[in-house]
Each structure stands twice: as C-alpha cells, then as structure tokens.
Design a protein around this ligand. Structure first.
Ligand code: P1T
Length: 399
C-alpha cells in the first residue's frame, strides 16, 4: 500500500530529503569538495566533479522537484527532474539552450526586465532566436499568436512582474501541446505553494530561487524543474555542459529557506490581501493591482489557479499606480522606512521599488509604456512583519 502523499507544508521540510548515509546528519552537509577520488579510472561512488555532481546541490534539487510535483523517481532522473543554477537568469539562459539557432520563442509580454533583456538583447543576436511577445492573459490572443508564429517554446510568467497579469496555465499547456512547443512557466511570484504548473501539463517550471524559495534575501539562485524524462536528460546535459551551477553554500542556504516556504507564503498572502484592500482606500493611490481583489481583471482565474490547501491565495506582490508622476513616486519611496527601497522580492522583509527606474529599466521605453510600467507605478513585496506596522509605514509615507 502506498503511504498517503504528504501535504506541501511537510514536503517543504522532507521532500527529497534523507539523512546523510555516512554520518546520519539530519541536514545535508555542505560538500565543498570540487572533486572526488576514483579507485580506478571511471570507477567511483557516483561522484566525479562538483559541477556535475554535488551532494548539497542534489539535496536542494530533489526538494525543488518534490515541491513542483515532478513525480520522477531517482531511477528515472538522479535529482527527480530538479536542476539548480547560479541565478534565475542562469536557469533561463540554460533553458533557452534547448532551442536551436533561429527557432521561435513566444513570450509573455510582461516578464521580469532581465528575462526580456536576455531574449531581446542577447539571444536574438547570439542564437538568432525569434522572439514574439504576446499578452497571454488573453487566451484567445495566445491561441492566435501560436497559430501565426508556430513557436518551438512558449514562455509564460504568472503572475507577471511587475503588472501582475495572470495567465491561464492550463491554456498555455494546451496550446503548447497543440503546436508541439516546449512550455515553460516562470513560477517565481506564486511559488510552488500556490501553483504547480507541471500538474497542469506544463513541461518546465522555472524559478528565481533568490525570491520566495530562498526567502531571506541572502542568496542568489535559480532552478528548472521538469517531469518529462527526455527534457530532464537534456537539461542535465546542458547544466553540466554550460556549467552555471549553484554552489554548495548557496544550495544549503536555499534548502534551509525552502523549509519554511509554506508558512511564509501563508503570511505573505494574508498580509498582502489586507494591505491591498487598505491601499484601495488611500486618496494618493489611483489603482491597486492585486490578483486577490475583485477589481483585478483575472481575479476569477487567479482564484481558480492560485490556491493554498484548496483555498484561493494570491501571493505577496502588490502593484499600485499613484496619482501624479515621478516626483510624487520619488517622494513616497523616499519616505517609507519599514518597506526597504530595493530591487528583488519574496523575502521575509518588505521591499518596495520603482520598476521603470529599477527592475525594468532594461525594457525598451516604448514597450514599457505600452505595458503600463509608468513613472506612477510602484511595486510592493509584502514581507512577514506585523501587518499593522506595514500599514502604518505606508500611511506615514502618504501623509
Ligand atoms: O535575479 P535572478 O535570480 O537572476 O532571477 C531573475 C528573475 C527571473 N524571473 C522573475 C519573475 C524575477 O522576478 C527575476 C528577478 N527579479 C528581480 C530581481 C526583481 O526585483 O524583480
């Protein structure tokens, strides 16, 4: 009889983990050795060189595979379809190497500025990739664009950075299958606690583990996760051949962070919902964008797709449009104290930033404006401090 599968809170802590076989250590040790001894050429304990094989990284990779529900066994793939990289962008760059020169990527129009930059300013030139940006929150537009451009890869991000558009993950999987395209979802904003795209038939999930998975703003990393054996084999080859792997210290910190992911996400969601509602009452705020508000254009989809233990939960990111322009935005951002004015997101501490000047400066101005990333737009990453303290901080900055 199969034991009952564990809930996500338990999988954060135990998923893919086991005591160290040599010592019984409950937490995987940080294996710093760059190389491993061989009894005879090619005869070893399964570990040759740390770019290819690292015990600490493998422990994190199995945890990520478990959280994203790959369902692969270790016999099918050594880390069950999980692959960790030096940064989120290193993970994206490696994933794009699945494509041949000249092939087409259909990409969500609103994505992290660095994703846009890698596609438009690097891979279009160096790999000859054709990049087609589409607003996939409109499923009909997604279908039409796929029909027209016949992509080999579909790259979705949901909710998007920074305008928090929500893309129907089931629809992306369906369109990808119909066109034989590899589907990828950047799941950074939701985390595997709120949505697990592989369960919807997506081929690859990508994360900047710098964000919610690490959770403490003290480590940069990224990952790719797949439940397809053929893609796991290709990604394992690419990870080693390209070499932008996550180091053992970073893998240790990320694994440690991931253990509290579920409990942190619960608080991020609760606090962000309260703060988003409060923001709608503030005269300085023109609009509040949060998937948990009924006013969000894809609220119903978000309520179906983003869930924690079966209950709708909408994440910790809020975007607001202030009245006025850059002067008003600057004044507000200079006045907050508890919210730190800084790039990044997903940590225990609250962060706030100005995408047009900070995280999305690399997106060409015309595209940025078409997406609504204006001088009046401010992005909040709600941490897990006391919610009243956070509201008080915003209130004094508006005053
Ligand atoms: O920063 P890095 O670990 O390389 O991850 C890149 C990345 C990929 N995908 C999404 C959705 C992201 O948000 C990021 C990084 N984002 C920020 C640094 C930011 O402040 O938005």
């Amino acid at each position: 009889m199969n034991p009952k599968p564990l809930h996500l809170e338990s999988r954060c802590i135990h998923g893919g983990q086991r005591p160290d076989p040599t010592t019984g250590a409950v937490m995987p040790p940080i294996y710093t050795s760059s190389t491993f001894i061989q009894e005879s050429p090619g005869v070893h304990k399964g570990f040759e060189y740390s770019r290819s094989h690292n015990v600490t990284r493998f422990a994190l990779e199995r945890c990520l595979a478990n959280l994203e529900s790959t369902g692969l066994t270790e016999e099918e793939d050594r880390t069950q379809g999980g692959f960790a990289f030096a940064s989120g962008l290193a993970a994206i760059a490696t994933c794009l190497e699945l494509l041949d020169a000249g092939q087409t990527v259909m990409c969500m129009d609103d994505v992290y500025g660095g994703t846009n930059r890698l596609l438009q300013r690097v891979r279009q030139r160096s790999q000859g990739l054709k990049v087609v940006f589409v607003d996939m929150s409109d499923t009909a537009a997604l279908e039409r664009a796929a029909q027209a451009c016949k992509p080999q890869m579909i790259w979705a991000e949901t909710p998007t950075n920074p305008t928090l558009k929500v893309v129907d993950i089931d629809a992306v999987a369906r369109v990808g299958r119909a066109h034989g395209a590899i589907t990828v979802v950047d799941n950074t904003f939701a985390s595997p606690i709120l949505q697990r795209p592989l369960e919807c038939g997506i081929d690859i999930v990508m994360h900047s583990t710098t964000k919610y998975l690490g959770g403490h703003s003290d480590v940069i990393g990224g990952c790719l996760v797949t439940s397809r054996r053929d893609l796991a084999e290709k990604l394992r080859f690419m990870q080693n051949a390209i070499g932008s792997v996550m180091g053992p210290f970073d893998a240790y910190l990320t694994l440690r962070g991931a253990k509290t992911l579920a409990i942190r996400m619960k608080q991020h969601c609760e606090s962000a919902q309260k703060i988003a509602q409060w923001l709608t009452t503030q005269p300085a705020v023109k609009t509040v964008v949060y998937p948990g508000l009924a006013s969000h254009p894809q609220h119903a989809l978000a309520a179906r797709q983003m869930r924690m233990n079966g209950v709708p939960a909408f994440g910790g990111m809020i975007t607001i449009h202030l009245h006025g322009g850059i002067a008003e935005s600057r004044k507000f951002l200079e006045r907050v104290h508890l919210f730190a004015l800084a790039e990044s997101l997903g940590g225990v501490e609250s962060l706030i930033e100005h995408p047009a000047i900070m995280t999305h400066a690399s997106v060409p101005t015309a595209e940025r404006e078409a997406l609504g990333i204006m001088d009046s737009l401010v992005r909040l990453s709600v941490g897990i401090e006391n919610t009243e303290d956070l509201i008080a901080d915003l209130a004094q900055a508006f005053a």
